[in-house]
Ligand binder design. Sequence first.
Ligand code: CP
Ligand code: NVA
Length: 309
Amino acid sequence: MRHFLTLKDFTQEEIIEINELAISIKKETKEKVMKKYMPNKTLGMIFEKSSTRTRVSFETGIYQLGGVGLFLSSNDIQLGRGEPISDTSRVISSMVDMIMIRNDSQKELEEFASYSKVPVINGLTDKFHPIQLMADYLTICECGLKNNIIVAYVGDGNNMTHSWLMLAAKLGFELRVATPKGYEVDKKILKDALKIAKKSGAKLIISNDPKSAIKGATVVTTDTWVSMGQEEEKEKRIKDFKGYMVDAKMMKLAHKKAIFLHCLPAYREYEVSTEVFEKYAPNIFAEAENRLHAQKAIMVWLDRKRDEK
Ligand code: CP
Ligand code: NVA
């Protein structure tokens, strides 16, 4: 049995295999061929934080696959009142076929998975957002950039940045990360990614220089400066991120065929200008829709792995 907790646990071949499955499931969905890959299966969806895309894509996805999703807000289950993770995991996993969790801590997610009898999917933690990266990679491939990926990530060194590091390291492409001083990526995650990159040939460039990061990039991306749970730091962060907004002037430095991606929600005139957001809206909303297709593929893949044993 496999979990989907971080891309670090997946080989390059497996990431490509899941992406190819997403491409074929998306094609079927577009042709209105809804193959019931997971008939009568139940997906438990535990949310300790807000969500639009993750909730709607998983709930719709499992339904389209022939199963059903259970939305479990941590405020409504006993977990929110202090029932241990180990007990919650053993109980829920005895009744459902797969579990997705969005929580505050990668460590707690891993603890939950260690007690689970069924595959567990990371729906975003403090450290990683791997399902988002599968949708982003699918979008990059659809834009015809698969063989020329140079990603510039400009912004906060957060769960999205860490996931980009893992994807680049696994797939062997060039990733340039520019963060303000004091908002750099997690050192341990960077060390892991650099180690993986040695094998794959990925180039990981870390700096505090957004302009040189963007120069010639084929994919420019960013994320909110204020992640969920950091609301109290908002004023300070806005000051510290001065010069990091992806605006038209910055995009001019990128490759002429560059696309702009954003996992959403986006905060205009902070991490991205309204002008850039609207210009690249087709890419951004294709990326958002790809959450559905990529996650259907992840669920089917995990379900098949479970059956293999
Ligand atoms: N990108 C993303 O995960 O969106 P939600 O927070 O709306 O799920
Ligand atoms: N970094 C953001 C991503 C939201 C999808 C957060 O954790 O809030």
